[in-house]
Design a protein. Structure first.
Ligand SMILES: [Zn+2]
Length: 288
């Protein structure tokens, strides 16, 4: 069986860059050996379906086999993938790089390594050096939400703690982000062609409606809540504001919804609040 044959160590192994994504490292080896990336991956993991899948799902046996082939430790391979990212945060991982830190991304190698942080849809700063991230092609686009900077950085930290360290406060920040992207109703009701503009987030970040109208930039849906980098601080600040205000703010936001959307929002919000209550009770039990 091919699956049971441990792959031999490659004669030449390229050192990974700090924070490099696993698929990027495999692709750079593929370029070095002049084979397609999937061929390089299947040389080690014959059962692998795609490079992207390997970034997201990696068994400990696969980590060991990759580590053997690339002459490193399984823990190093694990840190390069997203296997540690909490399930609730997975929808915030982009399929392609959406941002870059020009200080930390080595531009001198070909193909250029892709860093793990380039796909994280909750980041506005580089996890390596703390600099502000630039868009995918290295431009600094003007951010219309500068006044929310401190709250946005707090929101980034909350989402990062949940995704990378499985740490939550009273609620899941990624669940809050999802709720904030649902559509809301305004009074008087907007014309049908303008309904898309109004999100729950606009009820707590009032500049948002105006910015969306001006830029004609539709926000993504709650299913894939990755905002363009220059608009992302609004969502991060919204998460931080709700987290700080507590469950009552979620109940208050319900007043901005109508019909089926209101039912969906209420169900999701009450679920979050019930979970917060349960974990509060269980932490108090631990103290007794
Ligand atoms: Zn950096």
């Amino acid at each position: 069986m091919i699956e049971n044959t441990p792959p031999r160590q490659l004669p030449v192994c390229l050192p990974p860059h700090s924070d490099e994504l696993l698929s990027s490292w495999i692709s750079r080896h593929a370029a070095f050996y002049a084979v397609p990336p999937l061929v390089m991956l299947r040389h080690c993991l014959p059962e692998a379906s795609a490079l992207r899948a390997t970034d997201l799902q990696l068994s400990s046996d696969q980590e060991i086999r990759l580590a053997n082939m690339f002459a490193t430790e399984p823990a190093v391979v694990r840190r390069m993938a997203f296997t540690n990212v909490a399930q609730s945060s997975r929808r915030l991982i982009a399929a392609r790089p959406t941002q870059i830190c020009t200080s930390c991304s080595p531009a001198y190698t070909e193909p250029a390594p892709i860093l793990r942080s380039q796909l994280l849809g909750w980041r506005i700063t580089c996890p390596l050096c703390g600099s502000q991230l630039l868009d995918a092609v290295g431009r600094e686009l003007p951010c219309p939400f500068r006044q929310y900077c401190a709250a946005a950085l707090h929101g980034e930290r909350l989402l990062d703690d949940e995704a990378e360290r499985d740490i939550r406060t009273w609620a899941s920040p990624s669940e809050i982000a999802r709720l904030l992207l649902m559509r809301r109703m305004t009074w008087p009701p907007p014309r049908e062609e303008n309904l898309w503009r109004f999100r729950v987030l606009g009820a707590i970040v009032p500049d948002l409606d105006h910015v969306i109208a001006e830029q004609q930039e539709n926000l993504p849906t709650p299913a894939k809540p990755i905002l363009p980098l220059q608009l992302r601080p609004a969502l991060l600040a919204g998460v931080a504001i709700v987290e700080r205000a507590g469950p009552e703010m979620l109940r208050m936001l319900r007043g901005h919804m109508m019909g089926d959307n209101r039912v969906r929002f209420t169900d999701a919000a009450e679920n979050i609040i019930a979970r917060a209550h349960r974990s509060n009770v269980s932490s108090q039990m631990h103290l007794i």
